[in-house]
Ligand binder design. Structure first.
Ligand code: ADP
Ligand code: MG
Length: 601
């Protein structure tokens, strides 16, 4: 590659700035332009189809956060459409309570839908993938049966009239305008979430759940917030759907429709807003343009799904992403800058050590750690070495809360860490990296790093949805810190590159940058030098030393004896879960048993 093209490649993928923002908005504006032009065709039929697409998208936009972002396979979302449709219709008709105006009924349906959305979603906190999918499907069957059986309220199989919208939304055109406005609002809101710490957190629990917990993301709270939103908009879509249909029976809410919503997200592409939007439009149009095929719609969906899974696993979004094959500079080196670290770590206030006393942890018959004592001091590097399987990673997992020891104490100062949840470690400023890097390959480098500062954000999901000032402030602050962290570890220039494209050694430094975003008091590193070149190991050593000099306590699990002896203040040698030796590097280096058993001298 020539030098100018290398420079261009390094400079090219910058996505901030007004020009870039316009470029990102262009496809949405184009779709909006087309949507506004539909009524000009002077054909009521197409306006009807477009109205239906807008309503479906209102539902899919929320479902997209659940399925595409958080990776939860909710396939029964037609249930929420039904709940919204009936709630709106019943409240507007006044058969049970005094009749409400249509918009008030719609708002009530939104609230009911949000609550039901959480109920449908709750199993996701325990069940994974297909098991969760089956519960959502079961729920869809249950609500259909309830709608059939509860005749007094729902009219049973005979059905009930949909709500009538007040003027000017009672005309076909007016109603289309209303649904389109709702669709635009939902697009805007979900785009805001996608670019917020909430969106990054959702993708992180999908692709790197343990890393998400390590940076302090509480999965249950996050999912409940998203289920509230997705349920709410789905029910509002249901209310609009009922109004469009003018008359609803349980038959209107078929499994096909549920599949349509789900597949729209899948063919759109995970973690994108534009893709699922296009997917929804395509799937709404498909049976119309191929009217003779209407009876085959289930077959068509299934076929489309197969094609996508086999030929285009990234979905439509992947097809539209022009930046993904842009060449990266081949000759790139990681050059950490300790100066940036000083700015980043300015707020670190660790004074107390982390202490492990008499910690024991067995997996069945395997004694992974067996009576371990260890003290991690602020501002020092503590090396933990030992042969494979000697309990190093387990020790790190005990400190970071992934395992609970059967015996012994783990405390920060006088405070016991054993009672704290995993994700609470982040609030205590204990950060870690993983023996196998856990990153979100689909997200950019800077997004991965910003993930590390999730607990710093103050805006709620509602504030992020509406892009309120606190959300914008969060984003600015996180992005600025992430730039510093990337500079500190020497990965700047790769900000906007997809993390999945980096080399292994770069991922190790990326994980350190993410951990630094916590402004940690303690940093636990699990074999950070594995897979690095000699020069990279040397630079890593300098970086770790600088981290400790900034006041952070470092636990360094390593195999490279040179690195350990060069930068550690204390070293503990493990063997079969027990401490073989502990002391300063020079003591360890001359320790007879260590030398013969481990260092091979
Ligand atoms: P190291 O990091 O020093 O190579 P580990 O801490 O990963 O070693 O493992 C210590 C011992 O505990 C090994 O014998 C390993 O097989 C066992 N072990 C670790 N994690 C688990 C687990 N989740 N389940 C069962 N055994 C485990
Ligand atoms: Mg290990």
């Amino acid at each position: 590659m020539s030098i100018p093209s290398v420079l261009a490649a390094a400079d090219a993928p910058v996505r901030t700035g007004p020009g870039a923002r316009l470029a990102a908005a262009a496809p949405f504006l184009l779709i909006l332009g087309l949507a506004l032009a539909v009524p000009l065709a002077g054909n009521d039929y197409w306006t009807l189809i477009a109205t239906r697409a807008a309503i479906y998208w209102i539902l899919v936009s929320g479902l997209n956060l659940v399925v595409g972002f958080a990776g939860q396979l909710a396939i029964g979302y037609v249930a929420l459409l039904l709940v919204g449709a009936y709630t709106t219709s019943v409240l507007a008709a006044g058969t049970v309570l005094p009749a409400l105006p249509a918009f008030a009924a719609l708002a009530c349906a939104g609230i009911v839908g949000a609550l039901v959305g959480v109920v449908v979603g709750l199993p996701a906190l325990r069940l994974r993938t297909f098991y969760f999918a089956m519960t959502t499907l079961g729920f869809a069957t249950i609500v259909t049966q309830i709608a059939l059986a509860w005749q007094d309220v729902t009219g049973g199989g005979i059905g009930i009239t949909g709500p009538e919208m007040p003027s000017p939304f009672d005309s076909r055109l007016g109603f289309y305008g209303l649904c389109l406005a709702g669709a635009v609002l939902c697009t805007w809101m979900t785009l805001n979430v996608a670019g917020s710490r909430w969106g990054r957190a959702l993708v992180a629990i999908r692709d790197a759940e343990v890393a998400a917990e390590a940076v302090g993301i509480a999965k249950p709270r996050l999912l409940v917030a998203v289920f509230l939103f997705a349920g709410g908009v789905a029910a509002v879509a249901g209310g609009l759907f009922a109004s469009l249909q003018t008359y609803i029976t349980p038959d209107a809410f078929t499994f096909d429709l549920s599949l349509l919503f789900f597949i729209a997200v899948l063919i759109g592409g995970r973690g994108s807003v534009l893709g699922p939007l296009i997917g929804t439009i395509l799937l709404t149009l498909l049976p119309e343009v191929a009217a003779p095929l209407a009876a085959w719609s289930t077959f068509l969906y299934a076929f489309l799904l197969l094609v996508i899974v086999l030929v285009l696993p990234g979905g439509i979004a992947d097809l539209l992403d022009r930046g993904k094959h842009r060449p990266l500079p081949l000759e790139r080196s990681i050059a950490p800058r300790a100066a940036a670290l000083q700015d980043l770590a300015a707020r670190t206030t660790a004074r107390e050590p982390i202490t492990l006393t008499g910690v024991r942890l067995s997996f069945g018959a395997v004694r992974a750690i067996d009576g371990l004592d260890l003290t991690l001091r602020p501002g020092g590097v503590h090396g933990l070495i030992g042969p494979n399987g000697s309990g190093k990673t387990t020790t790190l997992n005990v400190i970071s809360g992934y395992y609970r020891p059967q015996e012994g104490r783990v405390s920060l100062g006088t405070r016991s860490l054993l009672a704290e949840a995993r994700e609470a470690r982040a609030l205590l400023r204990i950060a870690r990296t993983f023996q196998t890097p856990r990153i979100v390959g689909d997200a950019t480098v800077i997004e991965n790093v910003m993930l590390g500062g999730s607990v710093e954000g103050r805006a709620t999901l509602a504030e992020a949805l509406l892009a309120l000032p606190r959300h914008r402030e969060d984003e600015r602050a996180l992005r600025a810190s992430a730039r510093l962290a990337l500079r500190a570890v020497g990965l700047d220039g790769l900000d906007e590159v997809r993390a999945g494209r980096l080399q292994h050694s770069e991922l190790r430094f990326l994980e350190i940058a993410r951990a630094l975003m916590l402004r940690p008091a303690f940093l636990l590193l699990d074999e950070p030098a594995a897979g690095l070149s000699a020069q990279e190991i040397q630079r890593l050593g300098g970086l770790i030393r600088a981290v400790a000099d900034a006041g952070i306590g470092v636990l360094l699990v390593e195999h490279h004896a040179d690195l350990i002896f060069a930068i550690c203040d204390e070293v503990t040698v493990l063997n079969l879960g027990r401490v073989l030796a502990a002391g300063t590097p020079s003591e360890i280096r001359s320790h007879r048993e260590v030398v013969s058993a481990y260092l091979g001298g």
